[in-house]
Design a protein around this ligand. Structure first.
Ligand code: ZN
Ligand code: ZN
Length: 110
């Protein structure tokens, strides 16, 4: 499922870090192909204005962890669509994923 978590990439487990990164590439592919992203926008899953910077910060975290990255994104946003709720995403990841929760608890002392 396409979803930009938007939270500090250091808080994402391997699966969610690589997952969000992969989804960003698919999202850009969809936009370039002219497919509608209306559903994601309506559900608060994407913020197109943040795509390029978000990709950069995910890649920086991936490199920090020693994961390979060979897929640059050069995306100039002209859509300016969507917003994401980082606080809600933090709670959702914490509820849904024990590995993310462990990272979140470690850094936030929750
Ligand atoms: Zn990439
Ligand atoms: Zn996770």
């Amino acid at each position: 499922m396409t979803r930009m978590w938007g939270i500090d990439p250091a808080l994402l487990c391997r699966q969610h870090l690589l997952g969000e990164h992969n989804e960003l590439h698919k999202l850009v592919g969809s936009i370039r192909a002219g497919h509608s992203i209306e559903g994601y926008v309506e559900r608060g899953q994407v913020d197109t204005a943040r795509i390029e910077r978000r990709h950069e910060s995910l890649v920086a975290e991936m490199e920090q962890r020693g994961y390979n990255h060979a897929s640059p994104i050069s995306y100039e946003d002209t859509l300016k669509q969507g917003t994401i709720d980082e606080e809600a995403n933090l709670r959702e990841l914490s509820d849904r994923c024990p590995r993310c929760r462990a990272r979140i608890e470690e850094q936030h002392g929750l």
